[in-house]
Ligand binder design. Structure first.
Ligand SMILES: [Zn+2]
Length: 305
């Protein structure tokens, strides 16, 4: 099996325009206030997840948004900011479970007895996921966790887990919904055992050959990671929410919702720096051009500000 990438979409959302970007030097409280008083909407933006096929098995980057997110009570009623600041659009067949089953994946368990280990991850029979890497646990990236747990190991950074699980109220304010994580779930932690890669001081190898590797891109959330995939057809940089679009990346903008905009700007500068040294296709989770760029393998050429 060669190394290749498939982009999938789990619905789309629109949000208050100020959530996409705000000045990185505006005080956090004012950034938050700006969002709550903003009456303008962004265009609808996609929510992508990425499926990597590798000789060691299938690897998933992020789990997308849940088709249940528009159900009454999905977001806590005492946290109306979710509905005030974002509108979600997703059909049941756009959920991660349906998308993967449609591609021949065995997500096991719900049938009860079936536990065929013989299928491996690419041979005859059903496909299995080797690992799921989650950039961060906001609801539009962690909404499909219950589709893959417990069948596949899910990885986040320890730093992210401690920030999210240790401060669930903060996590909720930031956009996570811990009540929808699988019951009593504790993720696996990514190990920073890999060497520096370009401007990234350390890396988290996902495969033994180092062709799929996570790197630190904090700012949008503490412990946020992006994924580099050295596929046969191209090198991909999957940003997660380190940037929402190539346009923002190029302008070195921080998103409007995070609590550490200056850290976020440092991360986007590193991504640009990486792209100066390595020709790659940069694919943000929410860029409306991500699907096309992946198809055309369009190389991102960073401009110098
Ligand atoms: Zn997101």
């Amino acid at each position: 099996m060669s190394i290749s990438l498939t982009v999938l979409q789990t619905g789309s959302l629109r949000c208050r325009t100020s959530m996409l970007t705000q000045s990185s030097t505006r005080p956090i409280l004012l950034r938050r206030l700006r969002i709550l008083t903003d009456t303008s909407w962004s265009p609808y933006i996609p929510i992508h997840v990425f499926l990597i096929s590798h000789p060691e098995g299938y690897i998933l980057f992020d789990t997308g948004m849940s088709p249940k997110c528009n159900d009454w009570g999905y977001f806590p009623f005492w946290m109306p900011s979710f509905r005030m600041t974002a509108q979600m659009m997703i059909d049941s067949e756009e959920g991660l479970g349906e998308l993967l089953r449609g591609r021949g994946f065995d997500l096991g368990r719900e049938g009860g007895e079936e536990e065929e280990e013989g299928g491996g991850s690419g041979g005859e029979g059903k496909k299995r996921l080797k690992a799921v890497i989650v950039s961060h646990l906001h609801h539009d990236h962690a909404g499909g966790l219950s589709d893959v747990v417990p069948d596949a190991p899910v990885y986040v950074t320890k730093e992210h887990w401690e920030a999210e699980d240790g401060h669930r109220l903060n996590a909720l304010i930031d956009g996570a919904v811990p009540s929808h994580w699988p019951k009593n779930w504790i993720p696996n932690f990514l190990d920073p055992l890999g060497p520096a890669i370009g401007p990234f001081e350390r890396s988290y190898p996902i495969t033994k050959d180092g062709k799929v590797v996570a790197v630190d891109t904090p700012g949008h959330d503490p412990g946020h990671v992006s994924l580099v995939v050295y596929a046969d057809e191209a090198t991909y940089f999957l940003t997660g929410d380190a940037t929402y679009s190539l346009e923002s990346l190029d302008k070195e903008e921080a998103d409007g919702v995070n609590s550490e905009p200056l850290v976020a700007v440092e991360s986007v500068r590193k991504i640009k720096e990486f792209c100066r040294g390595t020709k790659c296709v940069v694919l943000p989770s929410h860029d409306r051009e991500t699907m096309r760029r992946a198809k055309e393998r369009e190389i991102y050429v960073p401009t110098t500000l």
